[in-house]
Write a protein that binds this ligand. Sequence first.
Ligand code: SF4
Ligand code: SF4
Length: 123
Amino acid sequence: MIDTIKRISGVNPRKCMKCGKCTASCPAFDRMQFHPHQFVDMVENGRIDELMNSEGIDFCLSCFACVERCPRNVEPAKVIEAVRLAVIRQQGGAHLTPDEIPALLDDELPQQAITAAFRKYRK
Ligand code: SF4
Ligand code: SF4
């Protein structure tokens, strides 16, 4: 699973120097059982199951503040997103089918949102 997380995220957690700037800049850190710098460290140490079963991973806002602040270009947000994706894939099945798409469309919704959701929620 650790290889899957690294492949999905494209992140090399070994670059982390454990400065904690990612967590310090995260608006959702207090709602996540494990904080952004801990995600990186735990992936590096193969503790993927703990992350996948932890509370609050859905509270990450994907704001990328942690990515902006990281002096080593580790990109913690991508690790968190990869763990969320692994959880969804583990649940199995397709969570979005082509037939459901037309009902979701409206003038305000960017097409990229539909594409991203389809990639994420379709097995
Ligand atoms: S992308 Fe997620 S983990 Fe990173 S700063 Fe924003 S809320 Fe926190
Ligand atoms: S800001 Fe970057 S280098 Fe610092 S702890 Fe977070 S991921 Fe590691």
